[in-house]
Design a protein around this ligand. Structure first.
Ligand SMILES: C[S@@+](CC[C@H](N)C(=O)[O-])C[C@H]1O[C@@H](n2cnc3c(N)ncnc32)[C@H](O)[C@@H]1O
Length: 349
């Protein structure tokens, strides 16, 4: 299918009002003016050739590389490149390098070149046998992409990992969520989650009982220009009126450090607005005693049944439990992490 013949982008640009001819080998040619339009000989030279008009027609419709243009015109690449060089010197087209390929598009033209612009537009919108070749070239691009996808489906998990970046994915998820919410990051630490939470929410409350952790978190936000975070130095269990009702609460690797996790969850839910959600991320129950010194853990992770019970007792419904090992096969099963969540009933429930 042919690319729709959308009208040409606005031709307003930094195109000089009266340009000096930049055709190689003819420096003596002076710019000429025709009824108020600034156009020089190079423009007319550019237009005075059937192959170049064919190129302009195609480039009006689509950005194409030299190879594609050569195959549509059924000409050798050097010949096509030569013609493109003339058009580029006339500043009727511009090029862009993509690795070893050079792509061409129409150059934006100034208002004073309106006549030339209108001519190219009518050329681009006219029917011509080359448009069939253009359709084929574009189909080839789609087919190449599709064949590649078909070919690589089996190995995409490994290839995808080369591109995937957990921060980029988190940021994307943050931007996918509806905005306008208020979030509290309970036990924010150095604020590793704040760049994502602040992208997601109108306002974030970063809570921690450690002044030094909070100082780091503040520094991070300052460096990143994040200005929608309020920092509160307080124990979660003693927040009382230091936190307004929030739409979402996060406990990201915090619960294992809390003296009374069940009571802490119950307390946190007090700050959840009706319909709001609490999310806990932590390690699944394990037996690795070393965590006490490495992570300051008081608890060796949490079991699904236990956590779901606590969420229910805290007054949350629809609780869910997602073990990471089920989703990501690269996760060491001994270091499994879970994401659990529950919602506070809305005012009508
Ligand atoms: C392991 S760090 C995690 C920090 C951050 N959420 C992250 O994922 O990078 C746990 C943080 O929770 C804080 N914390 C632990 N218990 C807390 C409590 N009862 N009230 C407030 N902060 C607490 C600690 O000071 C520490 O900064």
């Amino acid at each position: 299918m042919l690319c729709p013949s959308a009208s040409r982008p606005s031709h307003k640009s930094a195109f000089p009002k009266a340009r000096h001819n930049n055709m190689q080998g003819s420096p003596q040619e002076k710019p000429i003016r025709t009824d108020g339009r600034a156009a020089d000989v190079s423009v007319f030279k550019g237009l005075a050739d059937d192959t170049r008009l064919r190129l302009l027609r195609l480039l009006f419709r689509e950005e194409l590389n030299v190879q594609e243009l050569a195959s549509i015109l059924e000409m050798g690449q050097p010949r096509v490149s030569r013609h493109l060089g003339v058009l580029r010197n006339a500043r009727l087209v511009q090029d862009r390098r993509e690795g070893t390929r050079v792509f061409y598009t129409l150059a934006p033209l100034s208002d004073e070149m309106g006549g030339v612009s209108a001519y190219i537009e009518s050329l681009g919108k006219s029917e011509h046998p080359d448009l069939e070749g253009l359709g084929e070239a574009l189909r080839r691009r789609v087919n190449d992409a599709q064949s590649f996808a078909d070919c690589k489906a089996e190995h995409w998990d490994e290839i995808g990992r080369l591109l995937h970046n957990s921060s980029a994915s988190l940021l994307a998820m943050a931007r996918l969520a509806p905005t306008g919410i208020r979030i509290a990051d309970l036990g924010t630490g150095t604020g590793l989650m704040l760049p994502f939470l602040s992208a997601m929410a109108d306002h974030v409350y970063a809570i921690d009982h450690s002044a030094r952790m909070l100082e780091r978190a503040r520094e991070r936000c300052r460096e990143l220009g994040i200005d929608n975070v309020t920092f509160v130095q307080r124990r979660i269990e003693a927040l009382s009126d230091h936190l307004p009702p929030c739409d979402a609460l996060l406990l990201h690797f915090v619960l294992h450090q809390v003296a009374r996790p069940q009571a802490c969850l119950k307390q946190a839910v007090q700050f959840l607005a009706p319909g709001g959600r609490l999310v806990v991320v932590d390690r699944v129950q394990h037996e690795d005693e070393k965590v006490t010194t490495t992570f300051g853990s008081l608890w060796l992770g949490f079991a699904e049944e236990q956590l779901q019970k606590w969420l229910g007792r805290a007054g949350l419904m629809d609780s869910r439990w997602y073990p990471l090992a089920g989703i990501d096969r690269s996760v060491d099963p001994h270091l499994d992490i879970f994401v659990a969540c529950g919602s506070k009933p809305s005012a009508t429930e």
